[in-house]
Design a binder for this molecule. Sequence first.
Ligand code: 13P
Length: 250
Amino acid sequence: MRRPLVAGNWKMNGSRASIKALLDGIKQGIGAVTRAEVVVCAPYIYLPDVEAQLSGSPVAWGAQNLSTEASGAYTGEISASMLLDFHCRYVIVGHSERRSLYGETDAVVAKKFAVARAAGLVPILCVGETLAEREQGITEQVVARQLQAVIDLEGVAALAAGVIAYEPVWAIGTGKTASPEQAQEVHAFIRRRIAASDAAVAEKVQILYGGSMNAANAAALLAQADIDGGLIGGASLKAEDFLTICRAAN
Ligand code: 13P
């Protein structure tokens, strides 16, 4: 049985004060969430605050990105070892915003996955098609290509050390969620695709759905056989909404 996982991706939102209030709210309600693992992925600069506030709580934390390099002359970058210094457990790699706005290629994302894994972080690998790609009927090809870049570099077994997040780009921040059936179809495809190389890895790997998941639609999405949790943007910024999703996953 795969453990449900709900991860909040705060993106570039919040302030010291708002994050403190948000974490206070999450901590107050998290007692009811006994089975699902809960994670918040914060902007780098707030990680020390997040660590101080969440240490000793059941909520884990992580970052939204990391460098492909270990150290050196890479102005503005943050390495895996720096994230470990603040006891991050997770790191998102290959979010569609990083791919589309910051030019991260499949190869760069695969390297980030590898670097995170080698450091002992759990990479949350994001995959997903744009609206144009869905309309062209190439959703499966796109997702397969994004996955294959990691498999080519790291081998299929490496996927079991991470988490996959299916995030259709057209559903991110748009309020337009994939229907439970649409999401399940792609999740099942991802699992089948992995199973073709390694059935045990396919059975084990958690596949999260992301894209306008909220307190109202989470339960129906999470009820699907191959949806093991959520990667939540906007709704993770409100403690009550985030907790409702965590309880649904639980
Ligand atoms: P929204 O939940 O705001 O659509 O964002 C999803 C997402 O990109 C999570 O990584």
